[in-house]
Design a protein around this ligand. Structure first.
Ligand code: PRT
Ligand code: ZN
Length: 300
C-alpha cells in the first residue's frame, strides 16, 4: 500500500448539490470507492486516489495549500477565493483545468419588486447583502459604483425585508427563491458551473503521472457525454456535402460498399450531439441507412 504522500487527494463537496455528480464522474473514470466510517474520506480501492469530503467553500483553499492535488467545486467559489487572495496580496496557487457541465447557476444582483432599477447607477450609495463580497466589489468597481457590500453567510434573500440592505447579490438557478421573496434579477455577475481545479505546486514524477492520467480520463468522460458514433451510406457524388453536415467530426472513415460502385459507407465520431434535424439534412443530401450510436469510452 502506498504512503499517503504517494496517493492523490481530490477534494469533493461532502453533502450538497455537487456531491453526487462529482462522485459519479470520478467513478466513471474507473475509480472504485469505499467511504470511511466517519464519512470524511472515500478511499480508492483500485487506484491510489482518495476523495476528501469537505465543505465546498474549503475546496480552493485545500487545493491551494497543497493538502489536495485536485478539487471539484463551483466556479463561483473558485473566483471568490481568487479575488479574496488577490485582495490580501496573495497569489492564486491553484489553476482551473476543466468545466464539468453540472452545478449550473449564476451570481446575480436582485432588487425588491417595488424598487425601480435603471442600471448599475441605481446602486449608488446603497447596501447590497451577499456572501460573495469579492465578486460583488469587482462588479461595483468595474462600473465605478460606490455601494456597501454587507456580508451575509446565508439566507441573503431576507436581507431587504430585515432592512439590512436595499439589494442582494446571490446565486440563482431556477429563480424560485427570489420570486418567493419578492425579488427579481437585475444583473448577472458570473455564470457558474462545477469545475476541476489543480494545485500549481510541482508534484513528484509518479504523482504527476497519476494526476495526468485522471485528468485524461476526465477529459474522455466529458467528451463522450456529447459524442456520438454515426454510420451512413452516401453517394460518392454527395460525399463533400455530407462530410460538411457531420457535427464536430474531424476525419471520417470512408469505406467501399460491397457490390456498389457509386455509394460508400461513412463512419464518424461526432463530438457534438446529433439531432434529428442533422439526420434529416443528411438524408436530404443523399445519405441513407443512417445509424447513430452512443460512445462508451474515448481516449484521444
Ligand atoms: O455545506 P456546503 O458549504 O458544502 O454547501 P453549500 O450550502 O455552500 O452549497 P450547495 O450545495 O448549496 O451549493 C454548492 C454549489 O452548487 C454552489 O457553490 C454553486 O456552484 C452550485 N449551485 C447551483 C447552487 C445553486 N445551483 C443554487 N440554486 N448553489 C446554491 N443555490 C441556491 C440559491 O442561492 C438559492 O438560495 O439555492 C437556492 C435555490 O435556488 P433557485 O434559484 O433555484 O430558487
Ligand atoms: Zn458552501
Amino acid at each position: 500500500m502506498e504512503t499517503p504522500e504517494q496517493r492523490i487527494q481530490i477534494a469533493v463537496q461532502k453533502t450538497g448539490r455537487l456531491t453526487d455528480h462529482s462522485i459519479d464522474l470520478l467513478e466513471r473514470c474507473g475509480l472504485k470507492l469505499t467511504r470511511s466510517k466517519d464519512q470524511l474520506i472515500c478511499y480508492g480501492e483500485n487506484m491510489p486516489i482518495d476523495l476528501l469530503l469537505v465543505r465546498d467553500d474549503d475546496i480552493p483553499g485545500l487545493v491551494g495549500e497543497d493538502v489536495c492535488d485536485l478539487g471539484i467545486c463551483g466556479l463561483n467559489v473558485v473566483e471568490e477565493k481568487r479575488l479574496t487572495r488577490e485582495s490580501e496580496g496573495r497569489e492564486t496557487s491553484f489553476k482551473q483545468v476543466f468545466e464539468l457541465d453540472f452545478g449550473h447557476c449564476r451570481l446575480a444582483l436582485a432588487a425588491p419588486d417595488s424598487v425601480e432599477y435603471e442600471g448599475p447607477s441605481s446602486l449608488e450609495n446603497t447596501r447590497i447583502a451577499t456572501s460573495y463580497v469579492g465578486l460583488l466589489n469587482q462588479f461595483l468597481s468595474t462600473n465605478g459604483i460606490n455601494a456597501e457590500a454587507v456580508y451575509f453567510s446565508g439566507a441573503v434573500e431576507i436581507a431587504p425585508k430585515l432592512g439590512r440592505a436595499e439589494y442582494i447579490c446571490d446565486l440563482v438557478s431556477t429563480g424560485g427563491t427570489l420570486k418567493a421573496n419578492g425579488l427579481r434579477e437585475v444583473e448577472t455577475l458570473l455564470n457558474s458551473e462545477a469545475v476541476v481545479i489543480q494545485t500549481q505546486k510541482p508534484l513528484g514524477a509518479e504523482k504527476q503521472a497519476l494526476v495526468d492520467k485522471i485528468l485524461q480520463r476526465l477529459d474522455g468522460v466529458l467528451q463522450v457525454r456529447e459524442s456520438k458514433y454515426i454510420m451512413l451510406h452516401a453517394p460518392k457524388s454527395a460525399l463533400a456535402e455530407i462530410r460538411a453536415l457531420l457535427p464536430g467530426s474531424e476525419a471520417p472513415t470512408v469505406l467501399s460498399l460491397d457490390g456498389s460502385d457509386d455509394k460508400v459507407a461513412v463512419h464518424a465520431v461526432c463530438r457534438e450531439n446529433v439531432f434529428w434535424e442533422t439526420l434529416e439534412n443528411l438524408k436530404a443530401a443523399g445519405a441513407s441507412s443512417l445509424l447513430v450510436l452512443p460512445v462508451e469510452k474515448m481516449l484521444a
